[in-house]
Design a protein around this ligand. Structure first.
Ligand SMILES: C[S@@+](CC[C@H](N)C(=O)[O-])C[C@H]1O[C@@H](n2cnc3c(N)ncnc32)[C@H](O)[C@@H]1O
Length: 338
């Protein structure tokens, strides 16, 4: 299998049994459908995911876990099986796995019968997993930084290609165990995709998971991200993951969170999403200030005061007091008057 470079996308895997899937702004190379049986009897992909197996695999790839890419691999087979069970992965499900790393979770997804598209930034691990899955007809490797991808276009192209295959659903599931520092950016990219993505399962730091799911109006850590999450999805805390389940072991425990994405038709009506999020971000930038002051760079204070009263809120309201529905009502009323 040869590797070629392409600016802005990363590398594409080419070989005689590959064919290309074209989206508007990206090119993804995937394995052509094949009748060949899975080669499960040999190779890394079908071993167990213990620390020693993972270390041995990394040695064969002449690489080490990279802190800069948040590489803490899951080395607990029971946990990997539990994630796949929790996500109800069934034959024909189309799953996007972001950050597959050594393929520890990929193996369980494939064993459950999913069609897996993996997006991996690390050069060595992307090449290694593509190689390990070279005979696997249900596997596609996209070697790219997920934050630089037009994910919606890649998913649309993938679903269009599967229209004539046995794929079960017209929506995909996303599973990601990513560096914690890109979690927010990844959620901002993924949660609005409810028309093509049904569920997102994300492994997060335990404390971050609690904050995303539990916080709401009036609680101490309620932030713009909570409004974002609850506008686009129904989040649910699944379970805690002990730090001993990773190699190398991080300093804190993790957790699995499920986001059931809302298709556009089921969200609160919104006329201008980008402007709405600018308002919410601005409101939370100074969350202890009253909205009539914190929103001054966007709307006149008197207009904010009158609008708050019109929608039944006190004119002293602060960002930390408003529910998602109240933010939407405030925005829609403000924009109808400007
Ligand atoms: C925490 S490890 C998880 C690996 C594997 N899923 C597991 O559970 O063992 C994070 C993975 O995400 C990859 N990664 C980091 N940043 C990424 C990005 N921006 N786009 C795609 N993959 C990324 C890393 O190289 C690594 O393989």
């Amino acid at each position: 299998m040869a590797l070629t470079s392409r600016p802005g996308v990363g590398r594409l895997y080419r070989s005689s049994n590959l064919h290309c899937l074209r989206a508007s702004s990206v090119q993804v190379t995937c394995l052509a459908p094949s009748d060949r049986p899975l080669v499960r009897e040999a190779g890394w992909l079908w071993k167990q995911s213990s620390t020693s197996d993972t270390q041995a695999y990394l040695r064969t790839q002449k690489t080490r876990p990279k802190k800069s890419l948040g590489q803490n691999f899951v080395v607990n087979d029971e946990l990997l099986a539990a994630i796949v069970r929790e996500a109800h992965i069934q034959p024909g499900d189309v799953v996007f796995e972001i950050g597959p790393g050594t393929g520890n979770l990929t193996r369980y997804l494939l064993q459950a019968g999913a069609e897996v598209t993996a997006i991996e930034k690390d050069d060595t691990l992307a090449a290694g997993l593509a190689q390990a899955c070279a005979q696997e007809p249900k596997f596609t490797m996209v070697h790219a930084d997920v934050l630089a991808l037009d994910l919606q276009a890649v998913i649309a192209a993938c679903l269009a290609q599967k229209q004539h295959t046995r794929a079960r659903s017209r929506k995909v599931k996303i599973i990601a165990n990513l560096p914690y520092y890109i979690t927010k950016d990844c959620l901002r990219q993924v949660l609005p995709l409810g028309d093509s993505v049904s569920l997102v399962y994300l492994m997060l730091q335990e404390e971050a998971a609690q904050r995303l799911v539990v916080e709401g109006p009036g609680t101490p850590h309620y932030r713009a991200m909570n409004v974002f999450v609850n506008f686009y999805s129904l989040p649910r805390y699944e379970f805690r993951v002990d730090k001993s389940s990773y190699h190398p072991q991080p300093s804190v425990d993790g957790a699995l969170v499920r986001f059931r994405l809302l298709p556009q038709a089921e969200r609160l009506p919104m006329s201008a999403e980008a402007t709405f999020w600018r308002m919410v971000d601005q409101a939370f930038a100074e969350r202890r200030k009253m909205l009539r002051n914190s929103l001054q760079s966007l709307y006149e204070g008197a207009l904010v005061t009158a609008t708050l009263q019109r929608i039944g809120l006190p004119d002293t309201a602060r960002a930390q007091d408003l529910s998602v529905a109240q933010f939407v009502a405030l925005f829609q009323n403000l924009t109808s008057q400007t």
